[in-house]
Design a protein around this ligand. Structure first.
Ligand SMILES: Nc1ncnc2c1ncn2[C@@H]1O[C@H](COP(=O)(O)OP(=O)(O)OP(=O)(O)O)[C@@H](O)[C@H]1O
Length: 372
């Protein structure tokens, strides 16, 4: 039986007024509607930006943990003063997420503009980012399946809010493990909206300069700059494979060969060896469910963006007792630069696992309700 519950999202979509560029004075209100911290407040919150409060460094600049006068812990991202791109990302971040609230989105508390210094102040997430916590050799924790599946679902819910509940829709463009932060209970929150784009209802895709991170970049976007919500769905698929496997897609050496993580994962699928993908540190996991998550990840990373499900469909597929119709599954598409380090503006290798490349709408036959 075909599951007929998929279609356009039926959720009532919330108009984020500050995102409505037609609203009178919206642009001018951008900074005015965001809480402004004084430089001195943030300086004393971090003991003058002392090294011991440094918790990370990203493309934007250094990140510090701070404690505000009221005792609230915050993460303070300081922008490298000379970075033009940083200033753009600083404004984008404020434009996109100030006033947007969802349990699976990192909350921006405010900002600071002081001479050449620009800072963003966020709620502090106790368990750092998903890549540090769960992936690779230097990971700090080993989560069992229930937490891992909650992490995948939480990220999907955050994305569904951005894609299907807000007006205009928001495409994040940089969904990856280091942009997923974990709170004290390991609940995930999507952060880093510096590359995000507003996505008005009446257009089907945006042609844009490529930005994002290799390994997570959808091929149609990496190759042609064609950005749709499905680029985030692709990245989400890669992320699910990382969470299931405890491995980071950053490496270019899989199965003893020069292979992308997704390429290797697909090879295991084709050879019927999917369980080898599962994190060996994870004990007593529900095999059927874990295998379903892996297959959903492959539906998300299909080469043809039109065949990828919407994120609300992904939530249905992950949460309901349904069997996936694998006849509908086509191979993933890959994109890789020669160094494998940054996908920005580079178009060196885009390939598919096979030649299948039909243009069709999202198949409604992906899922089947398991007969009871
Ligand atoms: N709100 C937060 N709470 C706790 N730690 C945070 C928070 N925001 C960032 N961090 C820490 O700071 C690190 C750097 O974050 P940042 O978003 O600047 O860079 P990134 O995502 O690692 O890289 P890039 O900027 O290249 O995407 C994160 O990996 C995380 O460990």
């Amino acid at each position: 039986m075909t599951c007929g519950c998929f279609g356009a999202s039926g959720t009532s979509r919330k108009k984020a007024d500050h995102l409505n560029r037609d609203a009178p004075g919206a642009e001018g209100n951008l900074l005015a509607t965001t809480k402004r911290f004084s430089y001195n407040e943030l300086k004393s919150a971090t003991d003058n930006f002392h090294q011991r409060y440094k918790i990370g460094r990203g493309g934007f600049g250094t990140v510090y943990k701070g404690t505000l006068k009221n005792g609230k812990a915050v993460a303070i991202k300081t922008l490298a003063a000379q970075s033009k791109q940083g200033v753009r990302e600083f404004l984008t971040e404020i434009e996109i997420i100030s006033n947007v609230r969802h349990p699976n989105l990192v909350q921006l508390i405010g900002c600071c503009v002081h001479g050449p210094n620009r800072m963003l102040v966020y709620e502090f997430l106790e368990n750092s980012s998903l890549d540090r916590a769960l992936l690779g050799r230097s990971r700090t924790i080993n989560l069992q399946w229930s937490k891992r599946s909650d992490i995948c679902m939480g990220i999907a819910r955050g994305l569904a809010y951005l894609h299907e509940e807000l007006v205009p829709r928001i495409v994040h463009r940089d969904i990856k493990a280091s942009n997923i932060l974990l709170d004290k209970d390991f609940r995930p929150k999507i952060g880093d909206f510096g590359l995000a784009k507003l996505f008005p209802d009446d257009i089907t895709h945006i042609s844009t300069k490529i930005a994002g991170t290799t390994g997570y970049l959808a091929p149609e976007y990496a190759l042609g700059g064609q950005l749709t919500l499905k680029a985030d769905v692709y990245s989400f698929g890669v992320l699910v494979l990382e969470v299931v496997s405890g491995r980071s897609s950053g490496s270019l050496n899989w199965g003893g060969l020069q292979k992308l993580f997704l390429e290797w994962a697909w090879q295991l699928y084709e050879e019927g060896r999917m369980l080898e993908l599962v994190d060996p540190e994870m004990e007593g996991f529900p095999q059927e469910e874990v295998l379903k998550y892996i297959k959903v990840a492959f539906f998300c990373t299909q080469s043809n963006a039109n065949r990828r499900p919407m994120i609300s469909q992904v939530i249905e597929m992950l949460s309901r007792d349904i069997r996936l119709n694998e006849k509908e599954l086509t191979p993933p598409g890959f994109f890789q630069t020669s160094t494998g380090l940054s996908g920005t503006q580079s178009k060196e290798k885009v390939s598919e696992a096979s030649t299948s490349h039909q243009m069709t709408s999202v198949p409604s036959t992906i899922t089947q309700v398991i007969p009871r």
